[in-house]
Write a protein that binds this ligand. Sequence first.
Ligand code: XMP
Ligand code: MG
Length: 172
Amino acid sequence: MPEFIPVLTRERIEELVVGVAGKICDDYKGRDLVLVGVLKGAFIFLSDLCRHMTIPVQIDFVEASSYGAETSSSGNIKLNKDIELDIEGKNVLIVEDIVDTGLTLSYLVEHIKGFGAKTVKICALIDKRERRETDILVDYACCVVNAGFLVGYGLDYAENYRELPGIFHLKF
Ligand code: XMP
Ligand code: MG
């Protein structure tokens, strides 16, 4: 059995999400904004984030995968579900659970720009820098961690543990 080492409690996550939602609202006040959540991992983060926003937003989703049951990125990004809204000329904020190598987001940023979005920025719950392979910039990060495979609050290991209210380092 792996060991679960606590990283962020539910209460700490709430504080971080409130903080980042406030920054986003300050920056986008008076402008349109489309939040594009990256399924499945970002589903809880996005649902909490949008309920702390004080500006109107539209919401859409993409589903991208590269991991399967492994814990390191293959770099082979598969788009399982695309956006449905027309984002041409709109400001888009991609909402991701965790940025690791950055390969998924590099792909998604280009993909979203391809629809003619006016601006494309990135918001991630966790910016994990240890294995970064791209020069992608996370515009809004709730938390920076250096290492470890994390689960809970939407994050999974082989589709398990997404339902945990806090975030844990899964130690094998
Ligand atoms: P890349 O490497 O492309 O990876 O930046 C982004 C995707 O990889 C998944 N990922 C994780 N999932 N715990 C997880 O549950 C982790 O520690 C972790 N690190 C990367 C995640 O799905 C993210 O969208
Ligand atoms: Mg993900």
